[in-house]
Design a protein around this ligand. Structure first.
Ligand code: THU
Length: 139
């Protein structure tokens, strides 16, 4: 991935964060998921007055892609933080990591936690979800 591609992906995640619907936690998250064919799927967190019905930004992006027939992915950028405060390195929750595990190679899929286009950390899925359970276990 070129530096410019990464910048574009981070900018998309930052844009998606503007759509975050987080009136309860005020923790706003945007994600940009890049598929193997180069497409980008955006997502944001969508909360609910019945708190358990909330959906994370990462899963929004994955479900948008999968529901359009796309199931091969390269990387995801996540941008998140409390409203009005500096961005954190917003790490994906356990459920989102498991959803990633369903579709992504743990050793090559990249999870990029970005605070800006210049300030980010890159992990593989295997680093964030070691010793994982996945589809092969059921074959
Ligand atoms: N959230 C995400 O969107 N992604 C994560 O991986 C962590 C948490 C959202 C869910 C909820 O709307 C808010 O952040 C606070 O938990």
């Amino acid at each position: 991935m070129t530096e410019n591609d990464l910048k574009t992906l981070i900018e998309k995640a930052l844009d998606m964060r503007n759509f975050s619907y987080a009136p309860y936690s005020h923790f706003r998250v945007g994600a940009a998921l890049q598929s193997s064919d180069g497409r980008i799927f955006g997502g944001c967190n969508v909360e609910n007055s019945s708190y358990g019905a909330a959906n994370c930004a990462e899963r929004t992006a994955f479900f948008k892609a999968v529901s359009e027939g796309v199931k091969d992915f390269k990387r995801i950028v996540i941008t998140g933080g409390l409203e009005g405060e500096p961005l954190q390195y917003a790490s994906p929750c356990g459920i989102c990591r498991q959803v990633m595990r369903e579709f992504c190679d743990p050793d090559t899929f990249e999870i990029i936690l970005a605070r800006s286009t210049e300030d980010y950390k890159i992990y593989t899925l295997a680093q964030l979800l070691p010793e994982s359970f996945g589809p092969e276990n059921l074959l």
